[in-house]
Design a protein. Structure first.
Length: 481
């Protein structure tokens, strides 16, 4: 580097704030540079820096340095500053002391999800096609917010009150008991899940098997005992197994995704939601409802979930991320009077707040009516892509293959015969420019489903036709059909 960084010296331990004389300066500097051999060869603060720090004249500082040089303790080097003597070449950052690093827990390495890789077609993405996201309208809202007077200097830890009111109103329209004071704005729904994990008193959590894998890893990383509750993408939950495990383990929380469960795309029936609410009372566990995909489904407002049926003690989380713009990273968590305080404190000590400008942009987007218009648009577009996907599966897939019919939204589950090697299928399709994502890490133990999710919201109809035709051809080859 052009100029060496300089060491920091403590002058306050022997200074009451009053001016120091040359003798005192020499004493303080000499004592500190001689107390640690690692300072040899390190640069001392520039004259102007000490002059400003101590409120002394540059001549006073220079005189002190001259005295230290006369004592053989410091030296000048090529007009680049004053250095502690007898250290050879300056060595500050170039020769670190190499202290030991902190001992960290071993965490499974999970590759980040990449919706698009080169020119390959992603057949398992849960994201929405960026070509149908509202970029121009979002840009207009950003410009409007940045031009508006009175942008808050600091963010509200709970979230922008006007945005929370908008969200509460939307949830009440869907039959939920929610007030704006019950809502916390989060950095995506993942932070909402993290906040609940942090304050959970009983460190036992029940969740679907297969589960949302980042949630599963979050629980395990924080030392929470996790109970798998098996769910079949075609048959739903097994009442006897669920009741047995809930009765025996008595979890403090059950975390469930009620619409488009990730990875198998299952959406709970009303009778299943009713049973879960009854079991919560019987076995005394709390519920966290993850409802990330509901608004992507046409007529979703007429389908009550766990918060609507179970009351406001059910924690509810959702996100604008996948519906508006993945990089926006804004979600929210709905609590009640009893749980809001602990959850809000957990947010304050972890991230303090979501950037206020981002909250203001999202509020503007909702307040202008853009969000509702956009939802209607993507629902219509996803319905078209869903119907196209079903038609392609019916046209190309052999009889032994089956798939779910979620009625719209972003994903469905494709179940394959056991004779199809999923790992080999993944490799063969990648060679042909088609990417599928297996979900082995989402299961508790050996997977009880043999297939993968198909995301029809991300790719165009033409891309989907190409991907499904190639996938079908490879499946048939393995099945000798």
């Amino acid at each position: 580097m052009e100029r060496q960084p300089y060491i920091r010296l403590n002058f306050d331990s022997e200074n009451s704030g009053r001016p120091l004389n040359v003798e005192q300066l020499v004493h303080i500097i000499r004592r500190q540079i001689q107390s640690d051999g690692h300072f040899k060869g390190c640069r001392l603060p520039p004259v102007r820096a000490l002059s400003l720090q101590l409120g002394l004249s540059k001549n006073t500082i220079q005189t002190a340095y001259d005295e230290l040089r006369a004592q053989g303790l410091v030296e000048s080097k090529d007009r680049s500053g004053i250095f502690v003597a007898k250290g050879g070449e300056p060595r500050f950052f170039e020769s670190p002391i190499n202290v030991p690093g902190p001992a960290l827990k071993k965490i499974a390495n999970i590759a980040p999800s990449k919706p698009k890789l080169n020119n390959a077609i992603s057949l398992s993405s849960v994201f929405v096609d960026p070509r149908i996201l509202p970029m121009e309208k979002l840009s207009a809202c950003f410009r409007s917010v940045l031009k508006s007077p009175g942008i808050p200097e600091s963010a509200d830890p709970q979230g922008m009150p006007a945005l929370r009111e908008k969200i509460a109103l939307r949830l009440r329209d869907r039959g939920m008991d929610v007030e704006a004071d019950h809502i916390i704005i989060t950095n995506g729904s993942q932070q909402a899940l993290d906040l609940v994990t942090r304050v959970l008193a009983t460190k036992i959590v029940g969740t679907e098997d297969p589960s949302y894998f980042l949630g599963k890893f979050l629980f395990e990383m924080n030392g929470i005992e996790t109970i798998g509750l098996p769910i079949d993408p075609f048959k739903g939950l097994d009442e006897k197994i669920w009741q047995k495990r809930l009765s025996e383990k008595r979890p403090g929380l059950v975390y469930l995704t009620t619409n488009f469960q990730n990875p198998n795309g299952y959406s709970y029936s009303s009778s299943e939601i009713s049973n879960i609410v009854k079991w919560a009372k019987e076995f005394n566990f709390g519920i966290l409802e993850d409802d990330w995909g509901a608004e992507m489904l046409s007529y979703s407002e007429f389908k009550p979930g766990l918060r609507a049926m179970g009351g406001n003690s059910v924690l509810y989380m959702n996100s604008f991320t996948k519906k508006v713009l993945p990089s926006l990273r804004v979600g929210y968590l709905a609590a009640n009077d009893k749980t809001i305080e602990s959850l809000l404190m957990a947010k304050r000590v972890s991230t303090i707040a979501v950037p206020g400008i981002i909250e203001a942009v999202l509020f503007e987007f909702i307040d202008r009516g853009y969000y509702d218009t956009h939802l209607r648009y993507i629902q219509e577009e996803l319905d078209i892509r869903y119907e196209n996907c079903l038609g392609l599966l019916r046209d190309y897939m052999p009889e032994e293959v089956k798939w779910t019919s979620p009625g719209g939204g972003p994903v469905l589950w494709l179940e394959l015969p056991k004779k199809v090697n999923l790992e080999m299928l993944t490799v063969k399709l990648k060679d042909q420019g088609v990417l599928i994502q297996l979900s082995n890490n989402a299961f508790f133990g050996e997977p009880h489903s043999h297939g993968f999710k198909i995301g029809y919201a991300f790719s165009s109809q033409q891309e989907m036709a190409e991907a499904i035709e190639k996938t079908s051809r490879e499946i048939k080859r393995q099945m000798n059909v």
